[in-house]
Ligand binder design. Structure first.
Ligand code: PGA
Length: 249
């Protein structure tokens, strides 16, 4: 049985004080929820204090360098996250790929390093609008999956979560229809069967991301191959996010 997961990606939003407040409130709102892993990815500056109040919420970093330490000004290493009690790390987000020049090769190094240091990567993949319009969705997703996961063993992959996030749906209010999303999720699961095996593919949580909100989450997550969501904007309010979490049940 694969895990249902609802993860919030806060991006560059919320101060430490605000983050602690929201996560404390979220914990109260989801106190009775069982059977869904709830993850919040606050900015680095809030990680330490959020972890102290996290309760049943797991905490993710939004990015990470692959090296353990050294002269990499402004970067944060897997050892530092692990020491804080961070459990997940979002890698390969389309904003990292677009604005910070992250390539599949860099993302692959980060995934390997995260796994080697006891962190669970959430690998983000997804096509741009022009890719979809040119009929290249599957090629791009395949490239992101194969590039990101190169050299990862079956055992290691058991700790990886995949997030399908069509770039045209991120922060735009345009959600993929449940059918469009399901089609790509099924394609990803087929790819994972080829790369690893059917059992591993069956057990992998594949999250959908891109304008997920309380009004559309239930319909998306009810699809067979959609095992939860990676939520940006709607994860910034504890009430909205808790509704999305509960829509999985
Ligand atoms: P959004 O962002 O929910 O605001 O579209 C999703 C993401 O970038 O992970």
């Amino acid at each position: 049985m694969r895990k249902m997961i609802v993860a919030g990606n806060w991006k560059m939003n919320k101060t430490n004080t605000e983050a602690v407040e929201i996560v404390s409130k979220l914990n109260e709102l989801i106190a009775d929820v069982k059977g869904v892993e709830v993850i919040i990815g606050p900015p680095f500056t809030a990680l330490s204090d959020v972890i102290k109040v996290a309760g049943k919420v797991k905490v993710a970093a939004q990015n990470m360098h692959w090296e353990e330490k050294g002269a990499f000004t402004g970067e944060v290493s897997p050892i530092m996250f692990h020491d804080l009690g961070v459990e997940y790390v979002i890698l390969g987000h389309s904003e990292r790929r677009a604005y910070f020049g992250e390539t599949n090769e860099m993302i692959n190094k980060k995934i390997k390093s995260a796994l080697a240091h006891g962190l669970k990567p959430i690998l983000c993949v997804g096509e741009k609008l022009e890719d979809r319009e040119n009929g290249n969705t599957e090629n791009v997703v395949e490239d992101h999956i194969k590039g990101g996961l190169e050299g990862i063993s079956k055992e290691e992959f058991a700790n990886v979560v995949i997030a399908y996030e069509p770039v045209w749906a991120i922060g735009t209010g345009k959600t993929a229809t449940p059918e469009q999303a399901e089609e790509v999720h099924a394609f990803i699961r087929k790819l994972l069967t080829e790369l690893f095996d059917a059992e591993i593919a069956e057990n992998t949580s594949i999250l959908y991301g891109g304008s997920v909100k309380p009004a559309n989450s239930k319909e998306l997550i009810s699809k067979e191959n959609i095992d939860g969501g990676l939520v940006g904007g709607a994860s910034l309010k504890a009430e909205d996010f808790s509704i999305i979490v509960k829509s999985v049940l």
